[in-house]
Write a protein that binds this ligand. Structure first.
Ligand code: WT7
Length: 659
């Protein structure tokens, strides 16, 4: 975002205070900010009381061995017990946990907390029967069906950290994650419904398993849910490894006595893109994470568990699905909607119909979705009764003021608060957001850190910038749901997040931000080689490596260019190998397909430009800034640090002559 757009943005003068009624009944009031600031550990200890502990902690925070934190030291708990059993024990067994909506119309299931408990216990027994024990890693590669949630909680119940891999990722991406965390088992499905048709998953697991085997890694068991009934293909079943969920789980006992684990027992590993080609396995542990997820879900969404129907549209393959479908909402005993498919299947009003049918009160989605609905026009949502809504949330990328206003007016009937929530896979829970009953929301700003969290914007020296200035977004105090490390790579953990502002001991988020005249925070996007495409994090290097692995490619540079629909889009500049000639007329399609296969459809470049040279500094670093200028059709910036300043002319000429 240029400085000019930025200052236009922060001149935004519209303010949206909550209604008097909302403010009066809000879960968290203004005094919480001060209470938390005065006694951070006391505040978090109070939040931890919302969970059931088998053994209480001795110490709230151990920050002696920075940056390796321990929260609720000595405490013992079980995450699955907290998400299901205790609600049943408290007499809420008949409460609906999920109104599940399959993509095919009328394919629905209603699941109560009591049923959820039985299913989680059966799956936990089945996993143990299959040889999975405490500490083993289990990969989950599934569509958005109830079994995905059950699988996650079954792993949590037996203390086997899960790693959920988004179902849209390729076999290669799955394989590298299986190897990195040395997963013993995979839970998957034959397929799921996407855009009106079954989309296969199991064949990708088979392919990934073959790839890991070639690297000496063994997946011992693959547990398969039958969802679509689609053909598994030739050699699509291996009796020694594959087990049907309906054979193993349905037969298992619904009685399972859970073990209580240390608060720091690993709960899950979630892979996310960093600045190098290798995804980082972000490790979250049990106690602090569950405290962070449940507290923020209660505070930021103003959860009223008796009456709310909450719907988060994220996939469980992302951290949003972990914190705000599974762990936060379920620890709070929430009734939720879970939807399997795409927003426009079978018709464009599908989401709004789901809100109407289920009386959704609280809706959490991403700006990229909002923008695409905006484009389709308000006639579609206007056909539905969405008067049940009382709060709207946004996450994943900055929400531009136009999209915020549209969301508030068209979806929220101009009545309900919008919370723009900033956080990351690493932070585990929401960090910066309006408090819906307190904050007077400003379209485009995530506002300030929530009570219990300390954020700031600092300059290169790590000094807090004055209001009206920009810099780097940092978190200045530890928080319970913080990542504990990168799986198997403590050095990369220290280096990536804690070395930039080591002197101050701040967590460096990798985002640029600005404080406006009121001190409210505007998140501007990544300052590193990470792109944000439709709210999904992708690394430029990862896509470059995928391109370079194609036999016709010599060199590649990838940038994220501004895109009206997806925020940013992947733009690639590729130099072909000499022996490839001009690559053939389908070269661009061929390369796009190659990236899809290597990483997954979300990484497919919007644009691939075949060029003769790439702009590099004298030390050989690709100057992506200049390529971004080309991709965004801007005048090309300062080229004085280029080793060969004529390169940019060459690129521009090549492009305008259509090469
Ligand atoms: C990056 C984290 C947290 C779940 C979704 C993505 C960007 C996220 C916002 C927001 C501006 C945002 C940041 C951040 N981001 N939410 N409300 N406003 N930017 O998780 O894949 O770990 O990505 O998403 O750039 O660093 P993630």
């Amino acid at each position: 975002m240029s400085n000019e757009t930025l200052s236009n943005l922060s001149r935004e003068e519209r303010r949206f205070p909550p209604s008097e009624d909302f403010a009066a009944n809000a879960n968290l009031k203004e005094e919480a900010y001060e209470r938390a600031a005065n006694d951070l550990e006391g505040f978090w200890a109070e939040q931890a009381e919302r969970l059931s502990w088998d053994q209480k902690w001795e110490r709230v925070l151990d920050w002696d061995n920075r940056p390796f934190a321990k929260w609720f030291v000595g405490g013992k708990l079980n995450a699955a017990y907290n998400c299901v059993d205790r609600h049943v024990e408290a007499g809420h067994g008949d409460k609906v946990a999920f109104h599940w909506v399959g993509e095919p119309v009328d394919d629905t299931r209603t699941i109560t907390y009591a049923e959820m408990k039985d299913e989680v216990c059966k799956a936990a027994n089945a996993l143990q029967e299959l040889g999975v024990s405490t500490g083993d890693r289990v990969a989950i590669y599934m569509p958005m069906i109830p079994e995905a949630v059950i699988a996650m909680l079954a792993c949590a119940r037996i203390g086997a950290p899960h790693t959920v891999v988004f179902g849209g990722f390729s076999a290669d991406a799955l394989a590298s994650r299986l190897v990195d965390c040395n997963a013993k088992a995979v839970i998957t499905a034959d397929g799921g419904y996407r855009r009106g048709a079954p989309a296969a998953l199991k064949p990708a697991v088979d392919e990934a398993r073959a790839k890991t085997a070639a690297q000496g890694h063994t997946v011992e068991k693959v547990l398969v849910v039958r969802r679509t009934g689609q053909d598994l293909g030739e050699n699509g079943w291996d009796d020694a490894v594959d087990v049907w969920w309906h054979d193993a789980v349905d037969k298992a006992s619904p009685e399972h006595t859970c073990e209580f684990f240390d608060a720091e027992h690993p709960l899950y590993v979630m892979y996310t893109s960093g600045t190098t080609g290798k995804p980082k396995g972000i490790l979250h542990t049990t106690g602090g994470y569950l405290v962070g997820a449940s507290y923020t879900h209660w505070a930021v969404f103003d959860l009223k568990p008796e009456t709310d129907v909450y719907w988060c549209t994220a996939d469980i393959g992302w951290v949003t699905g972990h914190s705000y479908i599974v762990y936060g909402p379920m620890a709070n005993g929430t009734t939720q909607v879970l939807y399997e498919g795409t927003p426009d299947s079978p018709e464009r009003g599908r989401w709004w119909k789901i809100i109407q049918d289920h009386g959704v009160t609280t809706f959490y989605t991403a700006p990229t979705a909002i923008r695409s609905f905006m484009k389709q026009g308000r006639e579609i949502p206007d056909r539905f009764d969405m008067s049940s809504l009382k709060l709207l949330g946004s996450v994943g990328e900055p929400i531009n003021p136009e999209a915020y206003i549209w969301y508030r007016q068209v979806i929220g009937g101009d009545r309900v608060p919008v919370v723009d929530t900033w956080w990351q896979t690493e932070t585990g829970s929401i960090m910066i957001s309006p408090l819906p009953g307190v904050t007077h929301g400003k379209p485009g700003s995530a506002m300030t850190a929530i009570p219990g969290v300390s954020a700031d914007v600092v300059n290169d020296e790590g000094e807090s910038v004055p209001n009206g200035s920009g810099g780097y977004l940092v978190l200045t105090q530890p928080w319970p749901a913080m990542l504990r490390t990168i799986w198997g790579d403590d050095d990369r953990f220290k280096d990536t997040y804690w070395s930039r502002f080591a002197k101050q001991g701040y967590y460096f988020a990798g985002d640029g931000a600005k404080k406006d005249e009121d001190g409210d925070i505007w998140v501007l996007g990544r300052v590193d080689d990470v792109m944000n495409v439709a709210g999904h994090r992708l690394s430029t290097t990862e896509i470059e490596s995928a391109l370079v692995s194609h036999p016709k490619v010599a060199e590649a540079a990838v940038v994220g260019a501004k895109d009206e629909d997806t925020g940013q889009a992947v733009c690639a500049f590729v130099i072909l190998r000499e022996e490839a000639g001009d690559g053939g007329e389908d070269i661009v399609a061929e390369l796009r397909q190659h990236v899809r296969k290597e990483i997954g459809p979300i990484a497919t470049p919007r644009q691939i430009m075949i060029v003769a040279e790439l702009p590099k500094t004298r030390s050989g670093k690709i100057m992506r800034r200049l390529l971004r200028d080309v991709a965004e059709h801007r005048e090309i910036g300062d080229v004085t640090t280029l080793a060969d300043s004529s390169v940019m002319d060459l690129i521009s000429q090549g492009l305008s002559s259509g090469k």
